[in-house]
Design a protein around this ligand. Structure first.
Ligand code: AMP
Ligand code: ZN
Length: 475
């Protein structure tokens, strides 16, 4: 069965093939960089990262663009609050985002365009929209005239009244229609701005993505993806701008939307503060457990984030790595097993694919002959690779000095850089070995003293069936 994807535009599962057999094009809306990302923001990048790998396997070439929104009123607000130029905020949080993604095992996209590097293309697109009667300048602003695009609302399938309510539209005197949205707005001298035919100003958020997608991927792209919260108004507006700027050519052939990740029953959201920062989670948990947790639900479904979900993921990975460790043989390299590929071809059914992975592990546990064991181990490794899982040595997983890969100077608001703290890891491992020896020689007083000494530093030991595991408690 060929790859099928659920297309939000048609509300149907459809067989996917690129328009140009020589390459697939995919654009995913990237973060607005004014703060650290939360685990909900990571969901689209993990999920569509797995899709990117799948597309490369199926079709050979993929051009994957994921932008950085580095001009936005939330950024301006953060910069003025902290008394720094916007570049100080955006550089810092774009770097933090890249670090967080790398730590989570999310490969960078092929192209990572930044909005501020595309002001000329944005202005040119706005000029084309004005020239074709789809936009108008008024009072230093340029607005898109929604009435000029009869298909407006086709993606979100909202009635006009709902669209107005959903967008919490600003009724402004310069708007011809309350649904018209901003393409360009004037900047006061204290705000970032660029010269334009309409005076010094800055772009609206929606036009940035349309202009960057056009600049890097062309007029019609195969796949456009992002969270369902962006479907309206952001994606609806992207479609209106791009199609009208391109004489009606379709903007994206497939629209993919991930469901929201919830915390305590409500959407995880930067604006409400109901968040778990990815960076904080990475200090407490292994990246693999977080990836497993994110992929354990189908991407279109909502996902309730909880400690129990992470623990469940850790237990599953313990079992899988336990199997790999028990297969004490070299893995025979394999292709990703067919049953995993088939589940992923079914609209990226990662829960099904992960169930297949557990089945493969079950068979591996029953494997007897050396060759069968080597194959089984290879199949498990290959299956894990489809999700960015099971690629470390089992010993490393079970040692899991989770925090050793992170610098734990955890001042919540400073930009932490990840770096190995090799020496302290070695010291801890040495002390744990000494404690094990003390226990073996029944010197429990010494074993306890070592444990207490580590605890005083915030290092907590856990005796598990697989050996001693340690975590560094956050201070
Ligand atoms: P933002 O920086 O807010 O534009 O968000 C970046 C990406 O994260 C977008 O694709 C959003 O749709 C997505 N996103 C934001 N909040 C959540 C959430 N709670 N669950 C899943 N995805 C989210
Ligand atoms: Zn976008």
């Amino acid at each position: 069965m060929p790859l099928h994807l659920y297309n939000s535009l048609t509300r149907r599962r459809e067989a996917f093939a690129p328009a140009d057999p020589a390459r697939v094009t995919m654009y995913v809306c990237g973060p607005t960089v004014y703060n650290f990302v939360h685990i909900g923001n990571a969901r689209p990048y993990v999920v569509f990262g797995v899709l990117a790998d799948l597309l490369r396997r199926r079709f050979g070439a993929l051009t994957y663009a994921r932008n950085i929104t580095d001009v936005d009123d939330k950024i301006n607000a953060a910069a003025s609050e902290q008394g720094v130029p916007i570049g100080a905020i955006t550089d810092r949080f774009a770097a933090a985002f890249r670090e967080d993604m790398a730590a989570l095992g999310v490969a960078p996209p092929d192209i990572e365009p930044e909005a501020t590097a595309h002001i000329a293309q944005i202005i040119a697109m706005i000029q084309r929209l004005i020239a074709s009667g789809h936009a108008y300048a008024a009072d230093g602003h340029v607005l898109f005239a929604v009435g000029s695009f009869p298909a407006y609302g086709a993606l979100s399938r909202r009635a006009r009244e709902d669209m107005l309510a959903g967008a919490r539209v600003e009724v402004a005197p310069y708007k011809r229609d309350p649904g018209d949205f901003v393409l360009w707005k004037p900047s006061t001298p204290d705000l970032p701005g660029w010269d334009s035919p309409w005076g010094r100003g800055r772009p609206g958020w929606h036009i940035e993505c349309s202009a960057m997608a056009e600049a890097h991927l062309g007029k019609t792209i195969d796949i456009h993806a992002g969270g369902i919260d962006l479907q309206f108004p952001h994606h609806e507006n992207e479609i209106a701008q791009s199609q009208c700027a391109h004489g009606g050519a379709p903007f994206a052939r497939f629209w993919l939307h991930n469901g929201m990740l919830n915390l305590d029953g409500a959407k995880m959201s930067k604006s409400t503060g109901n968040i778990e920062r990815l960076r904080d989670l990475l200090q407490r948990h292994s990246a693999e457990a977080l990836r497993y947790a994110l992929l354990s639900a189908h991407y279109r479904q909502p996902l309730d984030w909880s400690d129990a979900l992470i623990e469940q993921s850790v237990r599953t990975l313990d079992r899988l790595y336990g199997t790999l460790r028990d297969l004490d043989t070299q893995a025979e390299p394999q292709a990703i097993p067919q049953e995993i590929e088939a589940a992923l071809d079914d609209d990226l059914n990662t829960p099904q694919a992960l169930a297949e992975l557990s089945q493969i592990a079950g068979m591996a546990r029953r494997a007897g002959a050396p060759l069968t064991r080597a194959r089984a181990k290879g199949a498990m490794r290959a299956a894990g690779a489809a999700f960015g899982l099971l690629q470390q040595k089992p010993e490393d997983w079970f040692q899991r000095p989770i925090h050793a890969s992170l610098n734990v100077t955890d001042e919540a608001d400073t930009l932490n850089t990840y770096g190995a703290v090799q020496s302290s890891t070695e010291q801890i491992d040495t002390m744990i070995r000494e404690r094990s020896e003390a226990k073996r020689s029944r010197d429990f007083a010494r074993a306890d003293a070592i444990r207490d000494a580590l605890a005083a530093e915030g290092i907590l030991l856990e005796d598990t069936a697989q050996g001693v595991r340690w975590v560094r408690k956050r201070v």
